[in-house]
Write a protein that binds this ligand. Structure first.
Ligand code: NAP
Ligand code: MG
Length: 402
């Protein structure tokens, strides 16, 4: 069989620890034998980030702006322990944060659905994708403890010195206050990323806030979404046969539980933090969760939702066998390859991405899986494979289907 040709390179962002090991196995077994893989390679492994003073992360994000599609391996976000472990010059920032800041994107997380790994919520049949706004609100709030009686106010001083005041509370005793903010630009970008992604995957978009209580703050989110939808996306949504649906956050939560899934749920920062953990654990496993960063200009960066699986890596280094699930990382590759195919009108590449995804699902549904899935599957007597065997089993299924 001739290898599938590519016309434009993918931006390849390599990473750390166990996922770095999986990364090269996936390329070796599942990509290079079938695709004449073109990538522009950036090593985001912590050692090279440190060597380049993190410039490599910035370069990789800029390359994503140039080519439009990136695929990223999980990376270490340094903490105090990593400073010693890797002899770091600085506690470098989270690469995901740096890339997100440059691309101004929104992260969409979706579970990979497989028969035999059933969601806790019985009626969920299709994935629920969470889009979390990643700026502001309580994450950038200013807080104060109020020691006793006194008046607390919000004060805005315009550049010309004009002051606008709003009373927060006339305290008669001790209390607490919190000042939150957000930016119209950021909310607009969030809205555009959500509408763009919904069109891309042809799924309905839900959005919810508490605008009945928060008549200026949350209501601004609601208004900005509606204005951008009406002005820029309504026609395309109609043509694609999908809808934009706004409701109150508490109503949304109730509807999500009763739904069968199959839509994107856009969340404010805090709601997204909380709800994405609920959705991913209810669907089964973080190792079966994909993640894509979509910029309002339509640049895409695909990755797995889990981290570098450090505990397994140390076992690997000690020469012990590991059974690490590579599905989310494989789906990061297929997501990127499919998107590249779409942009380049490369049908063969898109078909390959579909077939590789199907091969992963089929392999698991036939009872061959890694340990994390074997612990939660409803399939009887699953065959537990190690990291390498699992990838080879997927290759066998794929070759059978090609
Ligand atoms: P983690 O790598 O997601 O792993 C946490 C635990 O979840 C693992 O120990 C393992 O449980 C299980 N797990 C996760 N992915 C798995 C997989 N593919 N197959 C099987 N089991 C899996 O989170 P962490 O240990 O908290 O973080 C490790 C490093 O990852 C940190 O340095 C952090 O900064 C980084 N991180 C990066 C990203 C990213 O790049 N997007 C995201 C999160 C964290 P058992 O040990 O019980 O088997
Ligand atoms: Mg959280």
């Amino acid at each position: 069989m001739d290898k599938i040709q590519m016309t434009t390179p993918l931006v390849e962002m390599d990473g750390d620890e166990m996922t770095r090991i999986l990364w090269s196995m996936i390329k070796e077994e599942l990509l290079l034998p079938f695709v004449d893989l073109k990538t522009e390679y950036y090593d985001l492994g912590l050692e090279y980030r440190n060597e380049t003073d993190d410039q490599v992360t910035i370069d990789s994000a800029n390359a994503t702006k140039k080519y439009g599609v990136a695929v990223k391996c999980a990376t270490i976000t340094p903490n105090a322990a990593r400073m010693d472990e890797y002899h770091l010059k600085e506690m470098w920032k989270s690469p995901n944060g740096t890339i997100r800041a440059i691309l101004d994107g929104t992260v969409f997380r979706a579970p990979i659905i497989v028969k035999g790994i059933e969601p806790c919520v019985r009626n969920w049949k299709k994935p629920i994708t969470i889009a979390r706004h990643a700026y502001g609100d309580v994450y950038k709030a200013t807080e104060m403890k109020i020691p006793g009686a006194g008046k607390a106010e919000l004060v805005y001083t315009a550049e010309d010195g004009m002051e606008t005041r709003e009373l927060i509370f006339d305290f008669t005793g001790a209390g607490i206050i919190q000042g939150q903010h957000n930016l119209c630009d950021s909310i607009e970008s969030f809205a555009r990323s959500c509408f763009t992604y919904a069109l891309d995957v042809k799924q309905d978009l839900w959005f919810a806030t508490k605008d009945t209580i928060s008549k200026k703050y949350d209501h601004s989110f609601k208004d900005i979404f509606q204005e951008i939808f009406d002005a820029e996306f309504k026609e395309a949504f109609d043509a694609a046969g999908i809808t934009y649906f706004y409701t109150l956050i508490d109503d949304a939560v109730a509807r999500v539980m009763k739904s069968e899934g199959g839509y994107i749920w856009a969340c404010k920062n805090y709601d997204g933090d909380v709800m994405s953990d609920m959705i991913s654990s209810a669907f089964g496993s973080l190792a079966m969760m994909t993640s894509v960063l979509v910029s309002p200009q339509g640049f895409y960066e695909y990755e797995a939702a889990h981290g570098t699986v450090q505990r397994h890596y140390y076992k690997h280094l000690a020469g012990e066998e590991t059974s690490t699930n590579s599905v989310a990382t494989i789906f990061a590759w297929t997501g990127a390859l499919r998107k590249r195919g779409e942009l380049d009108q490369n049908e063969a590449l898109m078909v390959f991405a579909d077939k590789l995804e199907k091969a992963c699902i089929q392999t698991i549904e036939e009872g061959k899986m890694t340990k994390d899935l074997a612990l939660i599957t409803s399939i009887e007597n699953p065959t537990v494979l190690n990291s390498q065997e699992f990838i080879r089993a997927i290759r066998q299924t794929l070759e059978g289907n090609l």
